[in-house]
Design a protein around this ligand. Structure first.
Ligand SMILES: [Zn+2]
Length: 349
């Protein structure tokens, strides 16, 4: 099943030569505009948000960007994508299950509703990396009769809001299911079942409700039991695993269960102390900048991070960055000059 090429540079509106900083800046601007929490047309914004996130997931990661760039600049967005020569090995999708018919067809999963495109899955998903996850071993040797079906692994994009509160997502997947025409026997009377060609299985797109529990973390695998590939010869189905990929947030980054928020403070706020308002995932909070705060200092707001096992929450960590005015009025300048004369402070002492 071919997938459609994605032009990630186009998604972020940056040239292919863009620097890391430019890419980050473009992402933050777009993510803020299309974040489902703030946008007016939520459905439309959600689609765009996913696209932006996927693009940044790739272009914001030097290794992934390099791999993506190796495809070359001549692909058109939406073009039917087939890996160029020499890439085949990277697109390995597991060995055919023994006893699964003589056709030896390649496995091909198509996902929907995970927040990632099939193009992304093919290039960067678990099944795009040979040997990843070790699911190839699930076939075992000589399990030609009644072997357990193959597990399937894919990525699922989870927003921080979902990680905070949990959610239920509809995920559709195209995989093998029991042929209803023959009840999985592969035969209709004395004939080979025409619907499945005798394999007892057909490819079908099915939609499942997947529960995202509060407190999921990056890389955590959600197991959906029995939704993998059907086993050969009436064997038990494998499982579906969805690997959590936390969507990048324009304001917060994540460290374990803590949320990191960077805030700018004025020099006088840092010196004199101040009360400022910062966002959390659940509304705003007021925090106190203590007098004598340094640039890069971390202020902790307890319990305003992501949920943890046992019901506790991580913290919101506010990292300060002192920003100086780039222009000052004449009267302000006089005050700074006065300060410079009177102050005994020398930061290089
Ligand atoms: Zn059949």
């Amino acid at each position: 099943m071919p997938v459609r090429y994605k032009d990630y540079y186009e998604s972020l509106g940056v040239p292919r030569t863009a620097s890391e900083a430019e890419i980050k800046k473009a992402f933050r601007k777009l993510a803020r505009e299309f974040h489902p929490d703030v946008a007016k047309n939520k459905k439309q914004a959600e689609e765009r948000f996913k696209e932006i996130n996927e693009a940044y997931e790739v272009l914001g990661d030097p290794a992934k960007r390099k791999k993506y760039d190796e495809l070359g600049p001549n692909w058109q967005a939406g073009a039917e994508f087939r890996p160029p020569p020499g890439w085949e090995s990277t697109f390995h999708r597991g060995r055919p299950s023994p006893g699964r018919g003589a056709r030896g067809e390649e496995f091909d999963f198509q996902f929907g509703g995970t927040g990632f495109s099939d193009f992304f899955e093919q290039l960067f998903g678990a099944r795009g990396r040979p040997g990843a996850g070790g699911f190839g071993g699930d076939f075992g040797e000589g399990d030609s009769g009644g072997g357990r079906g193959r597990d399937i692994e894919g990525d699922i994009m989870v927003t921080l809001d979902e990680a905070m509160h949990g959610s239920v997502r509809s995920v559709s997947i195209r995989h093998s299911v029991r042929c209803e025409e023959c009840g999985g026997t592969g035969r209709r009377g004395r004939q080979v079942c025409p619907a499945c060609g005798g394999t007892g299985q057909v490819q079908k797109t099915e939609t499942y409700q997947v529960k995202i529990p509060p407190g999921v973390t990056e890389g955590q695998r959600l197991r959906v039991a029995g939704r993998g590939e059907l086993g050969a010869g009436g064997g038990e189905a494998g499982d579906l695993y969805l690997r959590v990929r936390l969507a990048k947030h324009p304001d917060f980054s994540v460290q374990d269960h803590n949320l990191i928020y960077e805030t700018e403070v004025a020099p006088w706020e840092a010196v004199l102390g101040a009360k400022i308002t910062v966002p959390t995932l659940d509304g705003k909070v007021d925090i106190r900048i203590p007098a004598g705060t340094q640039s890069g200092q971390k202020l902790r707001v307890r319990g305003r991070g992501l949920p943890q096992k046992g019901g506790d929450h991580g913290d919101l960590i506010v990292e300060t960055r002192i920003e100086v005015p780039s222009r000052v009025s004449d009267s302000e300048k006089k005050l700074w000059e006065q300060l410079a004369r009177e102050s005994g402070f020398n930061p290089r002492d």
